[in-house]
Each structure stands twice: as structure tokens, then as C-alpha cells.
Design a protein around this ligand. Structure first.
Ligand SMILES: Nc1ncnc2c1ncn2[C@@H]1O[C@H](COP(=O)(O)OP(=O)(O)O)[C@@H](O)[C@H]1O
Ligand SMILES: [Mg+2]
Length: 512
């Protein structure tokens, strides 16, 4: 009859079971109501416990982010389409901030900031999701920027070098080749293990499609991710896209990998945020941007860095793009970004119109990290090149008025014209390190001085065809980042001089 005396055990079991089945995380059934819906913004009442930047879900699954926490209601920016939303619908707080899927599954895909595919492909199979807003690594975890990130463009690699972990702004008017420069840098990673992320903000679908096409043709699409929010997407989605792209980059960085992240472009990002802020009735400041506009870009770009070896040694290099109007780099957003980044590549519409592309204005472009990031071979040629070019730029304007020029001036102009011509490169035609050095060293040696400007590229491609096989060892040294000895330079000089003489002979023959 022992069972009769065991009801106490039964009660214990019941209680134990009840405790086990109760979720250990308290569920906050915080439900509110939509008061009004406007373009990209919803006002919601009731969600008293919601925290700033918390994700909320509307009836039907649309998502938003709580931005303005008012006394009576809440301003929510929508990150999905507002087509099915209406006043009176319920809203619930999700207790977490917006996140994005991360992982290798995204390589070779086109997605939006929340991980929805935009390439018509299958849903992304990623177990891990990271919050879009994350803290920047502390100073102690950062390594100095020292390893170069080759863009394959002579004008950039020689004169405004970019290092891994650097933030280099690409600034210029519309249609000056900004996207083309960033794209060249992505394509030039074909033979490296660098992962590319192209983050498109507020662009037309056709422009993004063209970039995707170029990435595919350049053979780098499988090591690249395109994250895009077009101009038709809600401003909230456009706003969070660069942060999501950065989280994605950080995921790879934390595995010790190197990432090149392009933001195309932050002018449109700032405009999306201005639109949201005005709709939320935040007080407008300069150019109607809200007061925290500097902070939205600084907290984004602060996250790009090169980690020290104790932290895995990975890096995120950021190439933010900003579009100016009528070359006004002192406008609000460009000046903010210039002060946040470690340098800028300035593209000039007048160079572009003259066909001198990439239209990098060498005088107005800087890399604040400087030559430290350059491979030693560049350091040897860049000094002479920059000097020759800047002297030439100064003289060229004057020389138009002068009737007679002394020999020295004439020489500077001759050299400068050839340097300028050699810095020209066709769209997306990137060059490996040895070929760049061959051309730049040859012009410094004066091998182009006797060549007509229109023929410069003929001689250049002749050198590119013939020289590499004769300097195999040297070329390997250049690419590996070894310092070339004086003897090495002399060897290169004699090879290039011989080849230039060969070319002169053969072109003299063919013209006869
Ligand atoms: N190096 C180049 N050589 C020839 N054409 C170029 C070069 N760079 C850009 N272009 C052309 O210039 C136009 C504008 O380039 P794009 O990169 O889209 O400019 P942005 O991004 O500044 O608006 C495009 O039609 C592109 O094909
Ligand atoms: Mg562009």
C-alpha cells in the first residue's frame, strides 16, 4: 500500500515538470498598435518597454527598427516594404536588434541587409546571424596599417597607396569613374585570398546589375558578396545596409581573413538618413541633415581595421565612395568623410573629359597612411614620379603663355606629359605589380622622352610583353615585397633600355 503514501512524490513530479516546461527566458509579450504609416516611417503606440534600435515586427511579418522613443508613441523606421501596413494593426517588439546572416554561404550571392536573396537564387543557408551594429575593435587589438592592398591601378598603387585595414575615400562628381576605381580594386583580388564586399546604397538596379556583370567577367564573383539596397527600397533598409555589410566583413575578419569593402555610395546613405530624420521630425541642421550625421559615418568606418596577430590578424579595408556636386568637396558630407577617413582619391571631371582615366587628381589626393603600406619597389619609383608630375602640373599652365621655354622647363614638360599618359589605364584593366614597376621605372629613366605621346602605350605594351620573361627573379622579388638592391635596379635598367632600343628600331623599320 506504499503508493497511498506517495502523493507527495506525485506533487513533486508535477511541479518539477511544470518548472521544466516553463521557458527559462521570460517572454515579453509587448504588443502595440500602429497609429499611422508614412513613407518609410510608422508611428506606434503601446510598446512601452521597447528599447532604442530594437527590432519590431508588424502583423504580416514586416520589420522595423524603433528609433524615436516618445512619451506617447514611438517612431519606427521600416526596413521592409510598407505596402501591406495600415493603421490599427498590431506590432510586437522582438527583444533584439536587427541582424544579418554571415558565413561562407553568402559568397557569390546578392542579398539585402536582412539576408534576403536578390539574385533570384535559393534562400541563404546560414546558421549564424550577427547584429548589424557592433562595437569597433579597441585600439589595443589593432595593428598598424602596413600590408599593401593592390588596386592594380598605377595612379593609385604608386601615388595614393591603400593598405589593408585603411579607409580610403573615393570622392568626385557623378560620372567621373568612382565606381570603376572601386571595381578595379575588387577585380584585382582575383589572384589573392581577399574577400570582396560590394555594398550598393540607393542606386538604380541597372547600375548594380552592371557591377555584378563586371565582377562575374573578372572571375572574382565567387569570392565576392554584393549587398544592395536600391533607391526604391525603404530609407530604413538603405540606412542599415552599410552596417550589415560591415558585420559581414567582420565575420570574415575574425577568421583571420582580409576583406575589401566598398560602399557605393555614402552620399545616398546620408540622404536616406536625412529623409528618415525629417519624417521623424528631428531638428534639421546644416544642409537639413540631423545633428548625428557625423556619428553615423564615423561609427561605421571606425569598424574598418587591421587586427593584430593576437586577434587573428584579419583586416577590413574600406573604400567608401562619396559623390560631390560641382566639385564642391567642402560640402557637409564630403568634409565629414574626408576627416573620418585616412585619405582620399579625388577624381577630377576635367581630367575625365580629356580622357585621362582613371581621372585621379594626384595633387588633391592623399593617403595619410603614406608610403609605409607600399611595396618597397614602389617606394623607389614613386618619389621621382610624384616630383616629375607635380612640377609638370605647375608648369603646364604657364607654358601655354610662354613663347620660348628654356631647356630645363621643356624637359620637365616632356617628361610630365609622358608620366600623365602612362598613368592612364583602361576601365578595369588592372596590372600586376611587376608590370606597373616596369612602366613607371622606364618613364623615370627617360625611356619615353623620345617617344611621341600617342605612342607611349605602344612602347609600354612592348615592354610588358618582353620584359617579364627577362626579369623573372626580379619580378618575383617585387611581388613578394622584397627590397631591390642597386644591382637589381641596374639590371632592370639595362633590360628596359635594350628593349626600348629594340622597339625604336622595329618601329623605325615599320614606318619605312
Ligand atoms: N578608366 C576608364 N577608361 C574608360 N572609361 C572609363 C574609365 N573609368 C570609367 N569609365 C567610364 O566612365 C563612366 C562613368 O564611370 P563610373 O565608374 O560609373 O562613374 P561614377 O561612379 O563616378 O558615376 C562609365 O561609362 C565608365 O565606363
Ligand atoms: Mg558610381
Amino acid at each position: 500500500m506504499s503508493a497511498v503514501f506517495e502523493p507527495a512524490l506525485g506533487i513533486k513530479q508535477i511541479i518539477t515538470r511544470a518548472l521544466r516546461d516553463t521557458p527559462s527566458v521570460p517572454y515579453r509579450a509587448d504588443v502595440g498598435v500602429v497609429v499611422s504609416i508614412g513613407s518609410g516611417i510608422a508611428r506606434v503606440s503601446g510598446l512601452a518597454g521597447v528599447r532604442a534600435e530594437e527590432l519590431v515586427e508588424f502583423e504580416g511579418g514586416a520589420l522595423g527598427i524603433a528609433l524615436d522613443l516618445g512619451v506617447h508613441d514611438l517612431g519606427v523606421m521600416l526596413i521592409s516594404d510598407d505596402a501591406h501596413l495600415s493603421a490599427g494593426q498590431s506590432v510586437k517588439a522582438l527583444g533584439r536588434i536587427a541582424d544579418t546572416p554571415v558565413g561562407d554561404a553568402l559568397l557569390g550571392r546578392v542579398v539585402d541587409a536582412t539576408g534576403r536573396p536578390r539574385d533570384g537564387g535559393a534562400a541563404i543557408d546560414a546558421q549564424t546571424r550577427w547584429p548589424v551594429e557592433r562595437a569597433a575593435p579597441p585600439i589595443m587589438a589593432r595593428a598598424p596599417v602596413q600590408t599593401p592592398l593592390q588596386t592594380g591601378l598605377k595612379a593609385v598603387d604608386a601615388l595614393v597607396p591603400v593598405g589593408r585595414g585603411q579607409r580610403e575615400l573615393i570622392v568626385g562628381d557623378r560620372q567621373t569613374g568612382k565606381t570603376a576605381i572601386a571595381l578595379a580594386a575588387l577585380l584585382n583580388q582575383a589572384d589573392t585570398s581577399v574577400i570582396g564586399i560590394y555594398c550598393a546604397i540607393g542606386q538604380r538596379g541597372t547600375s548594380v546589375a552592371r557591377v555584378i556583370d563586371d565582377l562575374k567577367q573578372g572571375g572574382v564573383f565567387d569570392q565576392t558578396i554584393v549587398m544592395s539596397a536600391s533607391g526604391e527600397d525603404p530609407p530604413g533598409l538603405q540606412f542599415i545596409t552599410p552596417y550589415a555589410a560591415m558585420s559581414l566583413a567582420e565575420y570574415f575578419r575574425d577568421q583571420g581573413r582580409d576583406v575589401l569593402l566598398v560602399f557605393d555610395d555614402l552620399t545616398r546613405h546620408a540622404r536616406a538618413y536625412r529623409e528618415l530624420s525629417l519624417l521623424l521630425r528631428r531638428p534639421p541642421g546644416r544642409e537639413a541633415f540631423p545633428g548625428d550625421i557625423f556619428y553615423i559615418h564615423s561609427r561605421l568606418l571606425e569598424r574598418a581595421t587591421h587586427l593584430c596577430d593576437d586577434h587573428g590578424g584579419g583586416s577590413v579595408t574600406a573604400l567608401p565612395i562619396v559623390e560631390t556636386q560641382a566639385q564642391d568637396i567642402s560640402a557637409y558630407i564630403p568634409t565629414n568623410l574626408i576627416s573620418i577617413t585616412d585619405g582620399q582619391i579625388y577624381l577630377s571631371p576635367s581630367l575625365f573629359q580629356k580622357g585621362l582615366m582613371p581621372a585621379v587628381d594626384v595633387g588633391r589626393s592623399v593617403s595619410r597612411v603614406g608610403g609605409k603600406t607600399q611595396l618597397p619597389a614602389y617606394r623607389a619609383v614613386a618619389g621621382d614620379l610624384r616630383l616629375a608630375y607635380s612640377q609638370f602640373e605647375e608648369l603646364e599652365t604657364f607654358s601655354r603663355f610662354a613663347t620660348r621655354l628654356d631647356e630645363q622647363t621643356q624637359q620637365t614638360i616632356t617628361r610630365g606629359r609622358r608620366v600623365r599618359e602612362l598613368l592612364r589605364q583602361d576601365r578595369l584593366k588592372t596590372l600586376p605589380v611587376p608590370k606597373q614597376i616596369i612602366a613607371l621605372h622606364a618613364v623615370n629613366l627617360g625611356l619615353f622622352d623620345e617617344v611621341e605621346v600617342v605612342d607611349t602605350h605602344h612602347l609600354e605594351s612592348y615592354l610588358h610583353r618582353r620584359a617579364p620573361e627577362r626579369i623573372e627573379k626580379l619580378a618575383a622579388k617585387m611581388s613578394a615585397g622584397e627590397t631591390l638592391s642597386d644591382e637589381d635596379w641596374r639590371e632592370l635598367e639595362s633590360v628596359l633600355t635594350d628593349l626600348a632600343a629594340e622597339w625604336h628600331d622595329s618601329s623605325a623599320e615599320s614606318s619605312q
